[in-house]
Design a protein around this ligand. Structure first.
Ligand SMILES: O=C(O)CCC(=O)C(=O)O
Length: 292
């Protein structure tokens, strides 16, 4: 699909609004898949200061980097010129989108590390992610969603954020703690009563309407930031790589607990000047008009 919004029909956008996630088949041509894969290969050789490894040693790998497009030209091109911006604009029903983040995730064979069930809440307001599959990823290994959870009007944090120090459930779930802290900032649960615990979805999968798709390279998932999502490890014999761009409109604002993410970016030398409660602005978050 070229940068052509017509390729996403109104039914798909309504499904996204209703369910919180959709799958767009063959949304990215092979050249975009190859470009993103090349970017990941290069990024693994040259990790940025934000690079993350979520897996314990010796059990396969679960890797990610964020905002690395400044060092990885493939990602800069992908973010600005691939169909991602047009897809996001169409899904957010706007003409111009702001790139919030470029990121990628790769799980190598053998990793048992789950992406914990969570939603993305550092930014509040219209906010969607375009998650592109770079490999064949069967539904058991792909990102899954709790259908309609973006409409629950709740902000979630994993249960371990609510426990006292001595209980330390995080000991059993280091990846959850680390994943959330890195992606969503340290969070003072005592200071806020606006968050609910992420329910234990894995323990009661049958109680939830879980959406998932078997994916081929070039298929993409689009989801609202507030849709609960997570994924299993990788029991396949090949890597499962995903390129993700996140998009907001001009009204989306930095959430209070996003402050620590901004502090980290500043400490790492990023040109960021964001205030809690203020809209996302600045060079790291370029505006893209995909239809002009
Ligand atoms: O692909 C994954 O396992 C993680 C993706 C994710 O959590 C996200 O894009 O927000």
């Amino acid at each position: 699909m070229p940068n052509d919004s017509a390729a996403i029909d109104e039914d798909a956008i309504e499904a996204l609004d209703r369910d919180g996630a959709i799958c767009l088949r063959g949304a990215f041509a092979t050249n975009w898949v190859d470009l993103a894969a090349e970017g990941i290969r290069r990024n693994l050789e040259h990790p940025s200061a934000m690079f993350q490894s979520f897996s314990p040693e010796g059990k396969g790998g679960f890797y990610s980097d964020i905002w690395s497009r400044q060092q990885i030209p493939q990602f800069e091109t992908f973010a600005r010129e691939s169909p991602a911006a047009a897809i996001a604009a169409r899904c957010l029903r706007i003409d111009t989108v702001r790139l919030l983040q470029d990121t990628w995730f790769a799980k190598t064979p053998g990793t048992q590390t789950r992406t914990p069930w969570h939603h993305d809440n550092v930014v509040l307001g219209p906010f969607c992610s375009v998650w592109l599959s770079l490999d064949q990823i069967p539904r058991e290994a792909a990102l899954e969603f709790v259908r309609g959870s973006h409409r629950w009007t709740q902000l979630f944090m994993p249960a371990n954020f609510f426990e006292s120090e001595q209980d330390l459930p995080a000991k059993n779930l280091p990846a959850v703690e680390e994943f959330y802290a890195r992606y969503h900032g340290q969070f003072d649960i005592v200071a806020s009563n606006t968050f609910s615990r992420v329910p234990n979805i894995e323990a009661r999968r049958e109680d939830y309407d879980i959406l998932s798709w078997d994916l081929e390279p070039g298929d993409c998932l689009v989801f609202h930031a507030r849709t609960l999502h997570g994924s299993a490890g990788n029991t396949l014999t090949h890597d499962t790589r995903r390129m993700v761009t996140r998009w907001v409109d001009e009204t989306a604002v930095l959430a209070p607990h996003g402050r620590t993410v901004v502090d980290r970016l500043v400490a790492e030398g990023f040109d960021v000047d964001l205030a809690v409660g203020a809209p996302i602005r600045g060079n790291l978050f370029p505006v893209i008009s995909p239809f002009t």
